[in-house]
Design a protein around this ligand. Structure first.
Ligand SMILES: C[S@@+](CC[C@H](N)C(=O)[O-])C[C@H]1O[C@@H](n2cnc3c(N)ncnc32)[C@H](O)[C@@H]1O
Length: 251
């Protein structure tokens, strides 16, 4: 089972590296208004979906690959112009220039280089000129990190979370967006504390965090995997960070 679904099964809802704080930063930069048509790639359990919906955009469309996750997101959708489709972000099937805001969190890092490019190109296609694209992903630091260290981190993380983990340096993330035609508007980084107690409580609330810890402790197999993930995050602490970028499709 991929690490993010294991954490979800144990009761964790916030599955992105910079936690809710960096999500709020991204949403503030995206500045979603009632006139916006929003597309979210990979909403997972719908945590950010709820934050976006509270800003009452004109339309909200989510594209989620996992059917069970999509069903969870739909619970939060109340109006006709709010929907969650099962599909892939690289080929959504949605019309050209049908949105003013596109964003996705913790979903590009797990893709290979070509898939990353295809997803960013799809965001570009979906946006009207002047539209905003937000990402919130795992980053490697510093920009000058040798390739051998990048590969080692990527390899050990992929092995631990059972899903491809290919984080980029801030410069590489910027280049990925710029090569699709975007202009970077904002960049903010935060420490990667996904499985650290303080972040856990801040993201999940005290009681949910406590239940998560209880679930981890009473399931030996899950415990081993969660501890292994945290071990890797701690081992590479100085080279891992969370990053959000907001970019604009030029007029
Ligand atoms: C680590 S979880 C993050 C979920 C959520 N965005 C969050 O930050 O809490 C990754 C999510 O990406 C979805 N996903 C991965 N690749 C995708 C793709 N190509 N198209 C749509 N969804 C994708 C997975 O199904 C999963 O829900």
């Amino acid at each position: 089972m991929p690490g993010h679904w294991l954490l979800a099964k144990l009761g964790k809802r916030v599955l992105r590296p910079g936690g809710l704080a960096l999500t709020r930063t991204m949403l503030n930069q995206l500045n979603i208004q009632p006139r916006d048509s929003v597309i979210e790639f990979a909403p997972g359990l719908g945590v950010t979906a709820q934050m976006t919906l509270s800003r009452q955009p004109a339309t909200y469309t989510a594209i989620e690959r996992d059917e069970a996750a999509a069903a969870k997101v739909r619970i939060f959708l109340r109006e006709l112009q709010q929907r969650c489709l099962v599909g892939t972000a690289e080929q959504t099937g949605l019309p050209d220039q049908s949105s003013t805001v596109v964003y996705g969190e913790a979903m590009l890092t797990m893709q290979g280089p070509e898939q990353k490019q295809r997803i960013v190109a799809e965001a570009f296609r979906l946006l009207k000129p002047g539209g905003r694209y937000g990402v919130h992903e795992l980053s490697l630091t510093p920009d000058e990190l040798p390739d051998s260290v990048k590969h080692k981190i990527s390899h050990e993380m992929s092995h631990s979370i059972h899903v491809g983990a290919r984080p980029l340096t801030p410069r590489e993330w910027r280049e990925l967006l710029e090569s699709a035609g975007f202009k970077i508007q904002a960049e903010v980084t935060a420490p990667m504390y996904l499985l650290e107690p303080r972040r856990l409580i801040r993201d999940e609330g005290f009681w949910r965090a406590l239940r998560f810890v209880f679930n981890v402790l009473r399931m030996p197999e899950a415990r081993q995997r969660v501890f292994d993930m945290r071990r890797i995050f701690r081992k590479y602490h100085e080279h891992l960070a969370a990053i959000t970028l907001v970019a604009v499709k030029p007029d």
